[in-house]
Design a protein around this ligand. Structure first.
Ligand code: SF4
Length: 71
């Protein structure tokens, strides 16, 4: 089952600045797979859409954890 954010997510829809070269691989890994491990999804679920930084990539889980810890 794909991520519930897939239709609106700027990462999945290539709307982020500086998309990584690995973007297509991340889409398969996270958006169409383990979305619960996605940094963007983690922040979205815990704090809501408006709390997701525009430059946060799916593989930046440590950054997401810091946001969730309020750092
Ligand atoms: S897995 Fe992450 S990057 Fe992919 S659509 Fe969901 S929130 Fe966006």
């Amino acid at each position: 089952m794909p991520c519930e954010c897939i239709n609106q997510c700027p990462f999945f829809n290539d709307r982020m600045a500086n998309m990584p070269a690995m973007a297509e691989i991340y889409k398969k890994k996270y958006c169409e797979g383990d979305f619960q491990e996605c940094a963007r999804y983690m922040v979205f679920k815990a704090l809501g859409k408006s709390a997701v930084p525009s430059d946060l990539f799916p593989n930046q889980k440590e950054k997401a954890l810091k946001i969730l810890e309020g750092k």
